[in-house]
Design a protein around this ligand. Sequence first.
Ligand code: BES
Ligand code: MN
Ligand code: ZN
Length: 514
Amino acid sequence: MTALTFSTSSAASLRADVVVVGVAKGAKGPVVASGAAAVDKAFDGKLAATLETLGATGGEGEATKLPAPAGFKAPVVLAVGLGEAPADGGAYAPETLRRAAGIAARTLAGSKKAVFALPVDDAASAEAVAQGALLGAYAFTAYRKVNGNGKNENTKKENAVKEPLAEVAVTGTKPRDKAYKAAAERAATLAEEVNRARDLVNTPANDLFPKSFAATVQDAAKKHGLQVEILDEKTLAKGGYGGILGVGQGSSNPPRLVKLSYTGSKNAKHLAFVGKGITYDSGGISLKPAGHNETMKCDMSGAAAVFASIVAVARLGLRVNVTGWLALAENMPSGAATRPGDVLTMYSGKTVEVLNTDAEGRLVLADAITRACEEQPAVIIDVATLTGAMVLALGHRTFGIMSNDDAFRDVVHTAAKEAGEASWPMPLPAELCKSMESPIADIANMGERMGGGLVAGLFLKEFVGEGITWAHLDIAGPAFNEAAPFGYTPKGGTGSAVRTLVRLAEKAASGEIL
Ligand code: BES
Ligand code: MN
Ligand code: ZN
């Protein structure tokens, strides 16, 4: 993990490989952003003009490298675009800073130390720059040789990857100031936990399966003082968890239900987080065609987000109680697998006709939701890569929010926005329920294709206990980035929803919600 420091020193005086500055889009060309005054001075006030010559406009997403002026400890300056400066002359939006810092950190893979001289005039901006840099520096190197560190010596030299940026120093901050200290701690904790979720999502399914996932959770729980309880396949059978068992029974890697609890304070609010943890989704007997299964190791992203967010909440010591439920199973076809047409008796006692074994997420989630509701939490939030339909509706960067309570749905939407995650409220139109009617069971696991993401949400709603506020986040779009990296988001696992869940816990801890 990239190291983070805050500093009051001038960017020119710090020993580093690169100094990162911000450049805004002005009416007449690029403008050097605040935080880089000393750098501009060393360029005799000609930094903006030089950047313009190099083709920079100050637009978001730009990264321009140039040699540092004489007298600089660092040999290189990297200018990142910030878009138009805030009209009121105030601070940049945190997400703008987070993305710019992320691009810088990503561009600087292979470098040792970078000084970030971006516009940081308050603790919130410092936190955004730090978080963006630490998230942008992420690389998944477990299966590749990394230059310099001697890992995986068998990897061919030409396949070696660059070492992530090792050290980030954010200038313009007051490291001894309480607010800045808290900002540094929150930025590092959140980035590390988002990166924990990314690592899990990127780990291939031959190494990450229900049992190994549960063991990983147990290790982390020990380290961070969390309570953990693992229900194995025998315990699940005794308990009547027909949904989780039905999905997992085709695989030689049996399923698990993991309960992970953090107690911040006995009398604090209680939130329950439920995560879909399909460690591989082949579709089962309703097998996915080639072209649709190559990335399905990502189908445990919801469980990874729940796990990582609870560790983050514990590390931040929030005054709130959170119980996580990770519904872990591998969805595989075999002679023992659930067949299309089979009827499962769920943990709730409801019967479900499985018309399509590829609609497995809702089956494992239904059991976990019913179980979570038994403890009467103030709210329950499930996170799942649930439907391709949600990707069609909202694209690859935005997750959908459904809820049995419109006001709470808006609370989640606001929390996501504050955390810097794109989301959008979606409805749960009652008329779609009819399409899930089964001639022989209480409900079918599939309904109308149109509005498929909402149908899945309506299925889950059937398993939420009376009077319990519930929200469902369908992260099928943003959980895994198959396209090029952007901002602080890498290729592969993104850690989607971790920051939103932590933000919700913070709001509950402060009494702002619930
Ligand atoms: N895991 C998939 C959904 C998914 C699709 C996640 C693309 C990430 C990217 C889920 O289990 C699934 O297969 N859903 C089906 C449901 C259908 C059979 C009713 C789908 O969306 O096609
Ligand atoms: Mn599926
Ligand atoms: Zn799935």
